[in-house]
Design a protein around this ligand. Sequence first.
Ligand code: SF4
Ligand code: SF4
Length: 256
Amino acid sequence: MGKERYGNTLKFGGFEFICGLKERGLVKNIGFSYHDDPQLLDEILTKYPEMDMVQLQINYLDWNSPAIQSGACYDVACRHGKKIIVMEPVKGGSLAALPDKAMDVMKECGAEGSPASYAIRYAASLDNVMMVLSGMSSLEQVKDNVSYMKDFKPLNGDEQKMLERITDIVNDSITPCTNCKYCMEECPQNINIPAYFGLYNMYAATGKKTNMYYERYSMNHGNASECIKCGKCERICPQHIKIRDELVKFADLYER
Ligand code: SF4
Ligand code: SF4
């Protein structure tokens, strides 16, 4: 739910529909996933107090981000007494593979868990969080997640401080794409935007360019430099990324 989809939901009676399902005993909890500013969230929850829960993008990188405003949205949901489901705790994998400088901070602080474990524990440590949705793509990731969630310990003060230092480092080096691919549905040039941002972030983390992957990703898609700057992708991007500017930087790196 964001401004545009809220408008459509009102138009088509979406809230009344899900409230009706609950009244008929067909579902126990109703709510929505949310990608916009805290003011609109406050407006929706005031108008529809029947909502039981809200799904929010929460991770330590986005907590104070002016574009995502995780912390401010979390505060609104708590003020309205809603249960919270967390999405993107590892920010599309960005917080599972940290830049070298951030890994140095983890070593210096004696961190024993994986980078992903701190990201997930950050979200799970917050009050009112009923569930943390973590995308996992391998058995190792499942085992890692289970290892620290089985006997869950909230982050302590030193760990919180370590994540604050890592936030500064990561914010300076990556494009905050979560690989949702919404932008690709809009792009008239069929540009594989999330794949290119993934390569850009890998370069930021490791200093290595992977031209082979760029050739593969661009085989059936437009090159980054083929962007015609129509802006359609930016209107839908839930992360509010300046995609046009980022593609110029990416093309400078990979196409020169
Ligand atoms: S601005 Fe560029 S990347 Fe975005 S939709 Fe238009 S052509 Fe595609
Ligand atoms: S819409 Fe934004 S966050 Fe989603 S894949 Fe595209 S650039 Fe990344």
